[in-house]
Design a protein around this ligand. Structure first.
Ligand code: HSE
Length: 311
């Protein structure tokens, strides 16, 4: 595309992964956003959109996650530069699979590349998180970090973030089922309690630790036992029609674990094989049908690389 333009493919992501509310996420190969960034002669950041749900996304730079991520990046350098950013949405907005994060990451990654990569991926992350704040109201990196770095990412934000890339067990397959309706992330965050009990905190700490140990040891049984959420799922499951029976059906069909992807409404599950993933996916789709909802199934390996440069 020449030195003034770049086209980036940024993957969808599953955050929380049941036991890691706001600090754990993974990237999947499909679906993805395609973000084209082009240098201009002025000092504006112009956003345009096409594709799935494009009409629901603001194009005002400061209100758009991609625009905000780029403004954060340029402010950091004190640079006054102009870019056109076109986002071709492949990831449904409001789906719980990191739609806004993918756009923010694609734009920030593209601008960084066009400026000669002054920032490492880890340094770029904070600007992607600043973009993501526009959509969810808080600084959490559990979608942007895996979209930017690939694989399973543990992210702890306490001052400057620690980003830890975790191993991906061989044969691990992700299942996503996206029903035909949306949940607003801020609404799904507002229903969460402000405090959790010590008992829940202890159980959840054990679960996330167990899950991570399971990834390191490729121990699917330990991962399975650990995929329990006490922080968000108990309060959000009522937002998803049929959730309890869908969860049960997925587990009975052999899922390693199943839960709400991010703030929903997508449901995710993990499987130890592609064949098993097809069976689990069909059960989840059937579960949504029973409550009158059409849905879309994505079966995918874990995407283990940074965003792809297409052109
Ligand atoms: N961890 C976030 C949440 C992801 O569950 O609210 C949503 O973007």
């Amino acid at each position: 595309m020449g030195n003034d333009s770049i086209k980036i493919r940024t993957p969808a992501t599953v955050s929380n992964v049941s036991c890691g509310f706001d600090c754990l996420g993974y990237a999947i190969s499909e679906p993805a956003d395609i973000v084209t960034v082009t240098k201009t002669d002025n000092q504006d950041i112009d956003i345009s959109l096409s594709g799935i749900g494009a009409d629901k996304i603001p194009t005002t730079t400061k209100k758009n996650t991609a625009g905000k991520a780029v403004l954060s990046f340029l402010d950091f350098f004190g640079e006054k530069k102009g870019f056109k950013i076109h986002i071709e949405k492949g990831i449904h907005p409001g789906s719980g699979i990191g739609s806004s994060a993918a756009s923010a990451v694609g734009a920030a990654f593209g601008v960084n590349k066009l400026l000669g990569s002054p920032l490492s991926l880890e340094e770029l992350l904070v600007h992607c998180i600043n973009g993501e704040i526009v959509s969810s109201g808080t600084a959490h990196g559990d979608n942007v970090a895996p979209a930017l770095l690939g694989g399973f990412i543990l992210i702890r934000i306490n001052g400057s973030p620690d980003i830890i890339k975790l191993p991906v067990p061989k044969n691990l397959i992700s299942i996503i089922v996206l029903p035909e309706y949306q949940i607003n992330t801020q609404d799904a965050r507002n229903i969460l309690p402000k405090n959790v009990s010590l008992k829940s905190a202890i159980k959840q700490s054990g679960n996330i630790s167990g899950f991570i140990a399971g990834l390191y040891e490729s121990n699917f049984e330990l991962m399975s036992r650990s995929m329990v959420d006490l922080f968000a799922e108990p309060f959000r499951r009522g937002l998803i029609p049929g959730y309890d029976s869908i969860h049960q059906a997925a587990m009975e069909s052999g899922a390693i674990g199943c839960g709400i992807s991010g703030s929903g409404p997508s449901i995710f599950a993990l499987s130890y094989s592609k064949e098993r993933a097809e069976i689990i996916g069909k059960e989840i789709v059937k579960g949504f049908q029973k409550v009158g909802l059409n849905s879309k199934l994505f079966i995918s390996s874990i995407h283990t690389h940074p965003p792809e440069i297409l052109d």
